[in-house]
Design a protein. Structure first.
Length: 139
């Protein structure tokens, strides 16, 4: 499989995917920090699962950018879209179910970034190199 130099052929897409990659790693890091500093956990397995998922998706995208393999980038974007899409939907439904609570109203501002992050994943998946089925697009 020849390498795609996405940073040369599609610099905007490269920057967007790099931003999403760093966002996944940052969210995973913040979740890990919160997990390690909070002594009380209601469901530690769920927390570890989401932390691992964020690091895995970020790692797949970063590997795709560094190895210049578009299939890795695309699979990382699709996995990230699934993860963020699920979280944004779950967060929106949980806020809608308890919007009358004062605490829920205080954290309701967190809902738009999850949806926006899912939209950014979607936009990056529909912006392929010239021929996404073959990895010869950059050469």
């Amino acid at each position: 499989m020849p390498a795609i130099h996405l940073n040369k052929t599609h610099p905007g897409l490269f920057k967007a995917v790099l931003g999403l990659t760093l966002t996944h790693i940052a969210i995973g890091g913040l979740m890990l920090y919160g997990f390690l500093t909070n002594p009380v956990h209601k469901n530690p397995v769920l927390g570890i699962t989401f932390i691992t998922a964020f690091f895995v998706v970020g790692g797949i995208q970063l590997y795709g950018l560094l190895a210049r393999r578009y299939t890795w980038i695309r699979s990382g974007l699709i996995l990230g879209l699934g993860l963020i899409g699920f979280l944004s939907l779950a967060f929106a439904l949980s806020i809608a179910a308890k919007i009358s609570d004062l605490e829920v109203r205080r954290i309701a501002w967190l809902m738009p970034p999850w949806g926006m992050l899912a939209w950014m994943h979607y936009l990056c998946t529909i912006e392929p190199p010239r021929n996404p089925s073959s990895e010869n697009a950059g050469e």
